[in-house]
Design a protein around this ligand. Structure first.
Ligand code: GTB
Length: 218
């Protein structure tokens, strides 16, 4: 059965692959699972049909037969559990790869999201200039720790796993800030992720959605 995921009908990131359907697309491409995409508008996301799938009215969602999932972490984990290629066979290595998925979402991503909020939504507030260095340093604290752990390894724990897919996706959101470049091994780590054929296929697919959404407006 071909799974169906949801994505923005008009991607607000300009096709840069920052919306979270990209993580799900990447996982599906890594395991070689074809998928369909249902594009939804911001209005449709808040309507009952979509809310029945996603209680918070967001993308991405994942449908496979009578299974409906939301939350990118849960979706990628589900894909990794059901297919070979994203989690090691060895039970302990598998548990460590899952740990890195959680670390990406629970420990590394929150300060990165906070930085995005501080810059995009609070940048015009009178207190923003004073607060910004604090927010940036919280990101640097996490990146410094992650950089020390990664060292000169290619991936976080042996071969590429769902943990790396999630961590690289989280770090990618920092690219425009310039902060990622302060950590050359993390920057190279993200570039290794982006160089994977599965990443490229996923990126091209989401970019095609953006391009189609702007075609009629030129
Ligand atoms: N915890 C959820 C998950 O991981 O699945 C969070 C899902 C989420 O934040 N979805 C966003 C959404 O649907 C899209 S990805 N937002 C609409 C809404 O809440 O009404 C986040 C995102 C949005 C935009 C950009 N961008 O423009 O660069 C990047 C990332």
């Amino acid at each position: 059965m071909t799974p169906i995921i949801t994505a923005f009908e008009r991607p607000p990131d300009g096709g840069r692959g920052l919306a979270r359907d990209m993580r799900v697309r990447w996982a599906l491409e890594e395991v070689g699972q074809p998928y369909d995409v249902r594009l939804v508008s911001f209005t449709e996301m808040k309507e009952p049909a979509h809310l029945a799938l996603h209680p918070f009215g967001q993308i991405p969602t994942y449908e496979e037969g009578d299974l409906g999932l939301f939350e990118t972490g849960a979706i990628v984990f589900h894909i990794a559990e059901r297919h070979a290629g994203l989690l090691p066979d060895d039970a302990n290595a598998r548990a460590r790869a899952i740990t890195w998925m959680f670390a990406a979402l629970s420990t590394v991503e929150p300060p990165i999201l906070e930085l995005g909020t501080a810059r995009l939504l609070e940048g015009d507030k009178p207190w923003s200039e004073q607060r910004m260095p604090l927010v940036e340093d919280r990101v640097r604290d996490r990146l410094g720790q992650l950089s020390a752990r990664l060292g000169d390894a290619d991936w976080l724990d042996g071969g590429f796993s769902a943990g790396d897919l999630m961590m690289a996706s989280v770090l990618l959101r920092l690219r425009l800030s310039g902060i990622l470049d302060e950590y050359p091994n993390l920057s190279a780590y993200v570039a290794r992720g982006e160089a994977r054929p599965a990443y490229k296929r996923a990126f091209d697919a989401q970019l095609a959605v953006f391009e189609a959404s702007t075609a009629g407006r030129r």
